[in-house]
Write a protein that binds this ligand. Structure first.
Ligand SMILES: C[S@@+](CC[C@H](N)C(=O)[O-])C[C@H]1O[C@@H](n2cnc3c(N)ncnc32)[C@H](O)[C@@H]1O
Length: 341
């Protein structure tokens, strides 16, 4: 659906920071002496300071950018990404220009928690190469595959038939097409050509994804984890004049449970430029639909012996709480209330 025209400015403040780093910096350091800044300096582009990326401790994940620049590695050492060390205009993992790119910090959270340096991560729908770049930052091996490789280090392959041996991956990350919302390639095997709300009730889409899940299970070592990053979808069909909601998250989760044990479900806040545009917000309110505000990240484990995880190894357990002595001295015992007969 094309964005409706802006008729009046929205009265509500726009929520949240942007993911389009170049357009609106979100965490610009305050000038030490604003009055001393020359007019020229205030017009010049200033460096964007992104928060240092660390392990997210809750099931609600949020980070004010699609990409990261500095992070704490497995040993707790502050490191700068490879991309930020090179002369690129701004640091990114994968490609900002790749439509449908995964926020790299989401991949980072998974790789950091569920693998150790040197282990092998597989992304069978690698798109713009985000997982490959994150693994390079974190010193993991990565095998990236895609039906339509966008760069030379991505191998050509169908995620329904992953060209890897059984039990060869320590972690698998997948961000699949969410029905037909993006045209990834003309390859007839592209799962993004299968409509999750088609006349077949989405059977072809969900059957294809069931095959991808089965292949993921086959290549993963027993006891290892995988992450599936996905969003529900919604569209208004003009012809049938009806709204179609596609609960892709719940549908894929049901298929994941056929092969995996659940670790947890993460809600990832979407930093989408569309959500913040006043005309989209106004249309959502006036036409009574919702803009998608989050993605699911389903974290699952292939049944088998548990693998020791990086997180458990490097994050010190909280110190036991020892009660401090009461400066007023020991308290007298409380009088017992008389028991009712
Ligand atoms: C959401 S994008 C992945 C984005 C990627 N994680 C990134 O950050 O750039 C989905 C990808 O799935 C790929 N794809 C679709 N059907 C496929 C299939 N059958 N086998 C392998 N890749 C497929 C598309 O070409 C597209 O690159």
């Amino acid at each position: 659906m094309p964005p409706p025209e802006r008729r009046r400015p929205t009265s509500r403040p726009l929520a949240g920071p942007h993911n389009r780093d170049q357009k609106r910096p979100f965490a610009r350091p305050a000038p030490r002496d604003a009055s001393a800044e020359s007019a020229h300096a205030s017009r010049a582009p200033r460096p964007i300071e992104k928060p240092v990326l660390m392990v997210q401790p809750t099931t609600l994940w949020d980070y004010p950018s699609q990409h990261y620049e500095r992070f704490l590695d497995d040993a707790g050492t502050l490191r700068t990404t490879r991309a930020a060390r090179t002369a690129r205009a701004f640091a990114q993992q994968g490609s900002q220009a790749y439509e449908g790119a995964t926020p790299s910090w989401v991949v980072w959270q998974c790789v950091r928690r569920y693998t150790r340096p040197g282990q092998t991560v597989v992304d069978p729908m690698c798109g713009g190469g985000t997982t490959i770049d994150v693994c390079a930052d974190l010193d993991r091996q990565c095998i990236g595959l895609d039906l339509a490789p966008s760069r030379p280090d991505i191998r050509q392959g169908d995620a329904r038939k992953i060209p890897l041996p059984n039990n060869s991956a320590d972690f698998v990350f997948i961000d699949p097409p969410y029905s037909t919302h993006i045209n990834y390639s003309d390859d007839p095997r592209c799962i993004g050509r299968l409509d999750a709300a088609g006349e077949d009730q989405g059977r072809a889409y969900y059957d294809a994804m069931r095959q991808v899940i089965a292949e993921t299970s086959r290549v993963l070592r027993p006891g290892c984890a995988m992450g599936l990053f996905v969003s529900d979808s919604w569209r208004r069909t003009q012809r049938a004049k009806r709204d179609v909601f596609m609960p892709i998250g719940f549908e894929l989760y049901a298929r994941l449970l056929e092969r995996f044990d659940p670790i947890d479900i993460i809600v990832v806040a979407r930093q989408s430029a569309k959500i913040e545009k006043g005309n989209w917000r106004m249309a959502a309110e006036e036409q009574n639909f919702y803009l998608r505000g989050f993605n699911y990240l389903f974290l699952m484990r292939k049944p088998g012996p548990d693998q020791p995880e990086t997180e458990a190894a490097s994050v010190p357990a909280p110190a036991p709480i020892t009660p401090r002595p009461d400066p007023r001295g020991p308290r007298p015992p409380r009088p017992q209330s008389p028991r009712r007969p």
